[in-house]
Design a protein around this ligand. Sequence first.
Ligand SMILES: C=C(O[C@@H]1C=C(C(=O)O)C=C[C@H]1O)C(=O)O
Length: 96
Amino acid sequence: MGDDVLQGYRQSIDNIDAALVHLLAERFKVTQAVGRHKATTGLPAADPGREEHQIARLRRLAEDAQLDPEFSEKFLRFIIDEVIRHHQRQQGGTAA
Ligand SMILES: C=C(O[C@@H]1C=C(C(=O)O)C=C[C@H]1O)C(=O)O
C-alpha cells in the first residue's frame, strides 16, 4: 500500500531539487572565479548597480512565469549576499 499519486509528485520534486543543487553549484563555481578576478584586480566585492538590474530582471521573469516576484527577489538576494561574503573572504577581509 502506498499513495502512488503522492509518490509521483515527490519523485518530480526530488528531480527538481537535484537540478536546483546542480544549478547552484555551477553558479557558485562561476562566482568563485569572479571573486578571484576581483581580488587580483582590486575590484570591490559587491556591485549594487549590477544587483539592482539582476533583481529587476528576475522580478519580471518571475511575473511572466507566475512565480511570486517578492519570493524571487528574496531568493536572489539570499544567494547574492552569500556570494558577496565569499568575495570578501577572497579579498582577505572580514566577511559579515
Ligand atoms: C558576481 C558578482 O559579484 C557580486 C555578486 C553578484 C551575484 O551573485 O550575481 C552580483 C553582483 C555583485 O555584488 C559580480 O559582480 O558579477
